[in-house]
Design a protein around this ligand. Structure first.
Ligand SMILES: *Cc1c(COP(=O)(O)O)cnc(C)c1O
Length: 366
């Protein structure tokens, strides 16, 4: 029995007819770039996130970048985020000509440590981007309080957290804006590239809508210099279909995580993921920590169990970000976990036998 890291085909096969119908409708109306299907999805996604506005864009990276631009972040500004994220979080800051400043993460949840965030604030800080890593929201109450006290914008990187909750509030509804990716492997994934921004601020929503469409609100009347960051009509239609299944899929991920926890609870060399009591974790990634991570990962692959690593190199140690001037030892928690974290197979359609096989092989190998 093979256990893939991710099985996009299993999901597609379960809703193939609905997807084919959705694509056919877009074809019939030739609504390919932006348009009615994107507008419909934006309404549905805003409702889902309990936000007033959602703006569809081309990717999660664009969602982050346009949000920062719309908030006026630019040269000489600093934006605080974490070292253990996908590089897009930092790239979006750099593409505004601002500087990413990093703050280490909490040892249990792997999300931003509010105290270290506060310690990283300087007179140039304009915003903070907590990352809801692996599908678990960062500790938003203290982050919001600190940001408010210092007059900073809060942008949630919710790219891995569609449907996650913090004290009952949905990801993307807590900060000034929430940025989502619908990359195919995410909990809500398009059949191609897509992303969205959520916000309760109508002015911010308007500005992002204009920026994503060449700075125009009326065709060929350009109010500002923007970009082409529209969502495809086909992706909008497909995402509307998939959104209806998201809660059920997230519940299945949570069930799979619970089974992993039960089956692996007795293995003393494995540190399981911790869901904070106030959170609803949606397990985009189910990451365990082990000392012999790299050998375990290759040994598991020999047994047809395929894992991933998120992420092997923290932002400050990437070649791309040497210019920030950080070095080894600056963010000890993120650095230690980059060597220990192993992402096990996780998707809604995983079968009990597959979960059992993964945990059995791990128990034999650690
Ligand atoms: C996926 C992801 C992004 C980028 O999203 P894309 O749609 O791939 O551009 C940004 N931040 C995090 C934390 C992500 O996981």
């Amino acid at each position: 029995m093979t256990v893939p890291f991710l099985d996009l085909k299993a999901q597609y096969e379960s809703i193939g007819n609905e997807i084919t119908d959705a694509i056919q409708q877009v074809m019939d109306r030739t609504a390919f770039a932006g348009g009615p299907f994107v507008e419909q999805f934006e309404k549905e996604f805003a409702d889902f996130c309990q936000c007033r506005h959602a703006i569809g864009v081309g990717s999660g990276t664009e969602a982050l970048w346009l949000t920062l631009l719309a908030l006026g972040i630019g040269q000489n500004d600093e934006v605080i985020t974490v070292p253990n994220t996908f590089i897009a979080t930092a790239e979006a800051i750099s593409f505004c000509n601002a500087t990413p400043v990093l703050a280490d993460v909490d040892k249990k949840t792997y999300t931003m440590d509010p105290e270290l965030f506060e310690a990283a604030i300087t007179p140039r800080t304009k915003a903070v981007i907590p990352v809801h890593l692996f599908g678990q929201m960062a500790d938003m109450d203290p982050i919001m309080d600190i940001a408010k006290a210092h007059g900073l914008f809060v942008i949630e990187d919710a790219c891995q957290a569609q449907g996650a909750k913090y004290k009952g509030k949905l990801a993307g509804s807590v900060g000034d804006a929430g940025c989502f990716s619908f990359y195919p492997g995410k909990n809500l994934g398009a059949c191609g590239e897509a992303g969205a921004v959520t916000t309760n601020n109508p002015k911010l929503a308007d500005k992002i809508r204009i920026l994503r469409d060449h700075g125009q609100s009326k065709k060929y009347h350009h109010r500002m210099i923007g970009w082409n960051a529209r969502m495809d009509g086909i992706q909008g239609a497909i995402l509307s279909v998939k959104l209806k299944h998201l809660t059920e899929w997230n519940n299945e991920r949570r069930t799979n995580a619970k089974i992993y926890n039960e089956l692996m609870g007795g293995i003393s060399d494995v540190i399981l993921p911790k869901e904070a009591a106030y959170n609803r974790h949606v397990y985009h990634i189910y990451g365990i920590r082990v000392q012999n991570r790299d050998t375990l990962m290759s040994a598991l692959a020999e047994k047809d169990v395929y894992c991933g690593i998120h992420y092997p190199v923290p932002i400050h140690l990437t070649e791309a970000y040497q210019s920030l001037g950080y070095g080894e030892g600056d963010f000890p928690v993120a650095e230690k976990y980059a060597k220990e974290l192993l992402s096990l197979p996780m998707f809604p359609e995983l079968k009990r036998e597959q979960l059992e096989k993964v945990t059995y092989e791990i128990s034999q190998l650690v």
